[in-house]
Design a protein around this ligand. Structure first.
Ligand code: NAP
Length: 263
């Protein structure tokens, strides 16, 4: 990874931040793309302190076609053509379908699926231009495969199901060009996303309840840490995974292996 250009969307927080820092520690040249300019810039500073050969923060909404193209151009300009890309930015909005405002449905699909497609398209275009291949990792979710027991997962689950289908399709289309495309499937990971939509005053109690539920429901008995997902992602991004494409690496503490019922 040393001196290779690696781009991460949603790199300003949670899993994306952990991936940026893990790549930085291996001496990569990292591009931190996030809709939150401040957090992107602070993670780029952290990356330099962690040993990145270079770091660039870019304010980018992945659902904006022009912004994604511009962000890749800026990264190529400063960091070089991307050898690896983690298409990771995502949001979660949960409502039962009959109460789901169409705008919320569209927003989730626009960012999680269309935004991820735009990211992958720019990544593939850049990798085809160099002719050196590359590695793309997309962040999916258990909700691509199973319903959440809490319910209300129509939009998020549909978006992640689309991500998983897109990963398989891209893997097949670009394998002959040496471009590998895989998915990471994080379970319940301790990031700000777990508390999405809650007022600040409610967050501490909600976090305690999540930790309690995790002890009971997740076979490994706890939430995952962003660094544990970053370890899987950096492996997929690296040449160590040179024969892996079109696959899903599930990192969920055993969550999806376990059925909740006793029948
Ligand atoms: P996070 O801490 O909220 O990080 C997501 C980052 O993406 C935030 O900095 C967010 O900015 C940014 N972002 C949101 N919309 C964006 C856009 N349109 N363009 C660019 N950046 C955008 O969440 P996380 O848990 O690390 O989630 C990362 C990925 O993992 C997501 O795809 C999520 O669906 C997936 N995932 C998470 C879990 C989990 O348990 N945490 C489990 C399975 C899958 P703002 O904070 O300003 O919105």
């Amino acid at each position: 990874m040393r001196d290779r250009a690696i781009l991460v969307t949603g790199g300003g927080s949670g899993i994306g931040r952990a991936v940026v820092l893990a790549c930085a520690a291996r001496g990569a040249r990292v591009g931190v793309l996030d809709i939150d300019a401040l957090s992107a810039s602070s993670v780029a500073d952290e990356a330099l302190a962690h040993g990145a050969a270079d770091a660039l923060a870019i304010n980018c909404d992945v659902s904006d076609e022009r912004a994604v193209a511009d962000a890749f151009a800026a990264c190529e300009n400063q960091l070089g053509s991307p050898a690896a890309v983690h298409a990771n930015a995502g949001i979660e909005i949960n409502h039962p379908a009959h109460l789901m405002p169409y705008e919320d449905w569209q927003r989730v699909l626009r960012i999680n699926l269309s935004g991820l497609f735009l990211t992958c398209r720019e990544a593939v275009r850049a990798m085809l231009r160099t002719g050196h291949g590359g590695s793309i990792v997309c962040t999916s979710s258990p909700s691509a495969f199973t319903g959440f027991s809490g319910g209300g997962n129509a939009a998020y689950g549909s978006s992640k199901g689309g991500v998983s289908a897109l990963v398989r399709s891209l893997a097949i289309d670009y394998a002959r060009h040496g471009i590998r495309v895989n998915a990471v499937v994080p379970g319940a990971i301790d990031t700000p996303m777990l508390l999405t939509g809650l007022a600040v005053a409610e967050q501490a109690a909600a976090h305690d309840a999540i930790l309690r539920d995790a002890r009971e429901q997740i076979p490994l008995g706890r939430l995952g840490r962003p660094e544990e997902i970053a370890a899987a992602v950096t492996w997929l991004l690296s040449d160590d995974a040179s024969y892996v494409t079109g696959s899903h690496l599930v990192c969920d503490g055993g969550l999806t292996a376990r059925s909740a019922n006793t029948f």
